[in-house]
Ligand binder design. Structure first.
Ligand code: CA2
Length: 148
C-alpha cells in the first residue's frame, strides 16, 4: 500500500481554538481522523504531520522524494500555512524532489487579504485546492487517488 503524506505548516496546531469563522471548529486531531477515513477508502496508508518549522517541512518533502523514488508514495497534500506566501525554500524542495503534491488551504485565500493571493507553492504543485474547509483534505486525498 502506498503512503499519503499530509503535511501541515505553522499554526495549524491551533485549529479549532481560534478564528472559527475562517477555519471552522474542528481541531487538527479531527482533521487527522477525517484523513484516516479518506485514506482507508482509497487504500492508502496515512502519514499525518504538523510543524511550525520551515526547515522541518523541507526535510519532510525530501523524505517524500525518497519514498516516491522507492515507489511507496501516493503523493503529498501540503497546507504550508503562511509559508505558502513566503517560502522559496519549500518551492525549491518540491521542484527538486519532483514529488506529486497537492497544495491545500482550508480557507479561500483569494477572497482574503492581498498578501495571501500569491503562493510560492502553486507553480511547483500538481493541483491546488482552497476554500472547502477541512473537508478539502478528504477531497485532496481522493484527488491523489486520481493521479495514480
Ligand atoms: O487557509 C489555510 O489553510 C491557510 O493555509 C491557513 C494559514 C494562512 O496563513 C494561509 O494564508 C491560509 C494559517 C493557519 C493558521 O491557522 C489558525 C487556526 C486557528 C487559529 C489561528 C490560526
Amino acid at each position: 500500500m502506498k503512503t499519503a503524506l499530509i503535511l501541515n505548516g505553522p499554526n495549524l496546531n491551533l485549529l479549532g481554538t481560534r478564528e472559527p469563522a475562517v477555519y471552522g471548529i474542528q481541531t487538527l486531531a479531527d482533521v487527522q481522523a477525517l484523513c484516516q477515513t479518506a485514506c482507508a477508502a482509497q487504500g492508502f496508508v496515512l502519514d499525518f504531520r504538523q510543524s511550525n518549522s520551515e526547515g522541518t517541512l523541507v526535510d519532510w518533502i525530501h523524505e517524500a522524494g525518497r519514498l516516491q523514488a522507492a515507489g511507496q508514495l501516493a503523493g503529498v497534500v501540503l497546507n504550508a500555512g503562511a509559508y505558502t506566501h513566503t517560502s522559496v525554500a519549500l518551492h525549491d524542495a518540491i521542484k527538486g524532489t519532483g514529488i506529486s503534491l497537492i497544495e491545500l488551504h482550508i480557507s479561500n485565500v483569494h477572497a482574503r487579504e492581498a498578501f495571501r493571493h500569491h503562493s510560492f507553492i502553486s507553480p511547483a504543485a500538481k493541483a491546488v485546492m482552497a476554500g472547502f474547509g477541512v473537508q478539502g483534505y478528504a477531497l485532496a486525498i481522493a484527488g491523489l487517488a486520481g493521479l495514480q
